[in-house]
Design a protein around this ligand. Sequence first.
Ligand code: NAD
Length: 353
Amino acid sequence: ANYSKKIMITGGAGFIGSHVVRLFVNKYPDYLIVNVDALTYAGNLENLRDVESKNNYVFEKADILDEPAIAALFEKYDFDGVIHLAAESHVDRSIKDPLAFVRTNVLGTVNLLNASKAHWKKTGMENKRFYHVSTDEVYGSLGETGFFTETTPYDPRSPYSASKASSDHFVSAYHHTYGLPTVMSNCSNNYGSHHFPEKLIPLMINNIVNNKPLPVYGKGDNVRDWLYVNDHATAIDTIFHNGKNGDSYNVGGFNEWKNIDIVHLLCSIMDKKLNRPAGESAKLITFVTDRPGHDHRYAIDATKLNSELGWKPSLQFEEGLEKTVDWYLANQEWVKNITSGEYQHYYEEQYKK
Ligand code: NAD
């Protein structure tokens, strides 16, 4: 078939990646979408059952660190675009094993940059695009006031955010040094369906369902900005198509919450959904030793993306959270499949008394 664009999406079997793949495959039937994923513990093709039969979708199992494999994919598909989401993404895991984060997030990103540069040198840089999906955690931690903007100096504090900051710097270096057409975005915390249950919101939902303690770090007063994952996907669509080469865009929901308030809100939604007396689920809340170096507050200013490219989030938090709870309740099988085996072991280690 004659596709108007051929796009490699890395990490498409993960949480955000699967939403991006779904959006692009359905919205752009004239694009070929090639999902490149190594299927680590976080990658799950179950997330894409509804798109795998579409003609314009292909899955290729590959590690972004594998130079020959990535070069071969460029030869095979002649990509015009790369949307790079593959990463080690969990802060707690980065504290235990920083090198794994350096490998995938730093070396893997540089490997993709090299492969794109080599291929596009032959086919021309015009109308090509390398898009790196990154995090607001690169900016460090805020006090009670203020917001991260695109010009906030980088100040990463966890091995995870240090690895993402490093990969961001390589992306802009490839733009300045080699003229690679790059674009980048730094987004706040995402929530929604298909989220691996090691992360706060799905972890709490899962434990409430199973009447297990709800482990809250420290006093639960850390503040995060939360964005519905489908809204992140539309932001990525907007930036991929309309962002300016060499630029970066902050993505967020103007939606700040203390962790403990989210847990209480989830408990009250779940009490209703599970027909429990009001206040029942909240009894499961247990405070645990804080994460080392736990950043106090992240808040993102997404004004540039809104004013220059016209993007805004579609949902209020309470509405998105309720949709998320409904999805988890309707997909207990998905949760069971991924929380058995290796994850169970990780969980017991992480929250052991
Ligand atoms: P995730 O952990 O759910 O998914 C990561 C995916 O990458 C998995 O499918 C995994 O198999 C794949 N992967 C990992 N290592 C790989 C490798 N070496 N080669 C090929 N594939 C590999 O992550 P997520 O939460 O969906 O995050 C996706 C991206 O968005 C990451 O780059 C992350 O830094 C960024 N981000 C996440 C959030 C968030 O709230 N989750 C917020 C801002 C930015």
